[in-house]
Design a protein around this ligand. Structure first.
Ligand code: FMN
Length: 134
């Protein structure tokens, strides 16, 4: 197995750009689904009305290149990787990009200051409470 085919995961948090407006969110999710299916990337995008939290998983080189594009996207700011590294198995094998809109505004705020392990644990804890759209 070459380095490039290692399964890699990345979790980040960001804030929606004030100029973007929440109407961009469904477009982002739709585009992500279509593109990720071609890239063999899976994951989950959570939005709480102010912040995004996204888990990406796929081959390391693809995930890193995708994250670099996402990081440069002007529709969000304060893009911050919380945790990344090799992974043994996919957490969202059925979702090219699952999407969940949290009902409670700012419910992702507490993730901003977490260490990488606590952030990953907090994300895992959120999963049973989110209503994922495939
Ligand atoms: C919060 C957020 C999440 C995104 N997630 C993805 C994603 O999972 N996959 C993707 O291809 N683009 C995603 N994008 C869009 C990228 O930033 C970028 O616009 C896109 O990859 C460019 O795609 P293109 O090369 O097909 O034009 C996301 C953007 C934002 C703001």
């Amino acid at each position: 197995m070459t380095t490039n085919s290692v399964l890699y995961e990345l979790l980040y948090i960001s804030s929606i750009a004030p100029a973007a407006g929440i109407s961009v969110v469904p477009q982002i999710a739709k585009h992500a689904r279509e593109r990720n299916a071609k890239l063999d990337v899976t994951g989950l995008l959570i939005f709480d009305g102010a912040r995004f939290c996204q888990h990406l998983e796929g081959s390391e080189s693809v995930v890193r290149a995708l994250y670099a594009r996402i990081e440069a996207d002007p529709r969000h700011t304060q893009v911050n990787a919380l945790q990344q590294g090799a992974s043994l198995s996919r957490k969202f094998p059925r979702f090219s990009m699952g999407y969940a809109d949290l009902a409670e505004l700012d419910s992702l705020q507490f993730m901003v200051t977490q260490s990488s392990k606590t952030a990953r644990d907090a994300f895992n804890d959120l999963l049973p409470t989110v209503d994922m759209e495939p």
